[in-house]
Design a protein around this ligand. Structure first.
Ligand SMILES: [Zn+2]
Length: 418
């Protein structure tokens, strides 16, 4: 595939449950144009595809080019993504997205340029790894704390996709028989920390008579959901219910992330996503503390950092997907035997061989942070523990000391079938 003549501009789109973030980035990952559109709440995949087209056209206009002049457009999408065809299925957070939809092909036709589709969380993790807080490290865990809680894993500079379903850290169990998760199971980390689950919990507690400003703040802002900004505002005001629920979320994140760390022993954990970025460094510090009681190798904990690319991290990662593909990294191919429902979900951008993207990227990172909410951009730093120092291993079985959350099943929350 030949480079378009002229500057190597790429489009990147982060397709979220509530908003679509589109950018045009140059070869140094500098954002030249951007736009933000609401995700349609009706109309199914066709409506979403039309809005994606409108969003990238707006971003192109900001950059002063036509979409067809882009080398390509990358999309970070929720749901199960078939990277080889660009089809997306089972996208729970998107409206009426039943069955499979040829998202890549549809957009490519509309825009007149190649379109590559990857998993949203993997793409955002790849951006932090290559351009953001993860740059000093060769292994990391990205935790995208938002509507749900997603995870991306990079080991030895390559994404670990498992059979296509790896990285579902939101569904690590932090309490046996605990609260009902949006996935239908019980006791998942996301049942306590995901924004959708926290909102459902807040509504229940209000029904039982508790007072909170959360829903008033939501209406004042003309929202229909408790957005990250609403949570942050309520917290600033010392709202008790918001404080309680976020305390629970931090505890759950501490237990879940520490458990993942006990298994993987990565160098760094990067916390992003809507809530992670909005609440920023003070919360990342709290999560780090909440991990400690559950961290087996507590003499040598990982670095825990806030995502450095801010709100545009997902879109930058999507644009990066274009470079990775055009430079010949094959789309990861799903194993044939994936259980239904898992499919190629986790498969994201093709391998991370190169934290590539030369260091012009710092500029990209900087400007991205400037674009908004990213707090601790500076915190990335080079504290990377020298790889190889990590001990652990031999001590395996010890076990005894972590009685986990074990106050027994049930009790909490909506009794329900199961
Ligand atoms: Zn779950």
């Amino acid at each position: 595939m030949e480079r378009a003549s002229g500057p190597a501009l790429r489009g990147g789109i982060d397709l979220g449950g509530t908003k679509i973030e589109a950018i045009v980035a140059d070869a140094g990952h500098e954002v030249l144009g951007s736009s933000r559109h609401p995700t349609p709440s009706t109309g199914g995949p066709q409506a979403v595809a039309a809005e994606l087209v409108a969003a990238i056209k707006d971003a192109c206009q900001g950059a002063g080019i036509e979409p067809a002049a882009l080398q390509g457009v990358g999309i970070g999408s929720p749901g199960v993504v078939d990277e080889t065809t660009g089809a997306v299925s089972t996208a729970r957070n998107l409206p009426d997205w039943e069955g499979s939809f040829e998202l890549g092909e549809t957009l490519s036709r509309e825009l007149g340029t190649p379109v590559f589709v990857g998993n949203d969380v993997q793409v955002a993790t790849d951006a932090e790894f290559a351009l953001g807080a993860g740059r000093p490290y060769s292994s990391l865990l990205g935790v995208m704390w938002g509507t749900g809680v997603g995870g991306g894993i990079i080991l030895d500079r390559k994404p670990w996709l498992g059979r296509g379903g790896a990285g579902e850290i939101g569904h690590v169990v932090v309490k046996i028989g605990g609260r009902r998760c949006p996935c239908g199971r019980r006791g998942c980390m996301e049942a306590y920390a995901g924004r959708a689950a926290m909102e459902a919990r807040a509504r229940q507690r209000v029904e039982k008579g508790e007072k909170t400003d959360l829903f008033k703040l939501m209406k004042d802002r003309g929202r229909t959901k408790l957005t990250s900004a609403v949570w942050a505002k309520a917290l600033d005001r010392g709202d008790k219910l918001a404080t309680d629920l976020l305390d629970e979320a931090v505890e759950a994140l501490g237990a879940g992330i520490a458990s993942a760390q006990n298994l993987l022993d990565v160098e760094a954990i990067v916390i992003g996503g809507g809530l992670g970025i909005r609440l920023g460094e003070p919360f990342v510090r709290r999560i780090r503390q909440a991990m400690m009681p559950h961290t087996f190798n507590d003499a040598h904990p990982p670095d825990v950092l806030v995502a450095a690319l801010g709100d545009v991290g997902g879109a930058l990662g999507a644009a990066l997907l274009v470079s990775r593909r055009l430079e010949g990294e094959p789309a990861p191919v799903a194993e044939t035997s994936s259980p239904a429902g898992v499919g190629s979900a986790g498969e994201a951008m093709a391998a991370g061989e190169a934290p590539a993207a030369g260091d012009g990227s710092a500029a990209g990172a900087g400007s991205a942070a400037g674009a908004g909410s990213a707090t601790g951009a500076g915190s990335a730093t080079g504290e990377a523990p020298p790889p190889g120092e990590a001990p652990a291993a031999g001590e395996a079985t010890a076990g005894g000391e972590a009685p986990a959350a074990g106050d027994g099943p049930g009790a909490e929350d909506i009794p329900s079938a199961l």
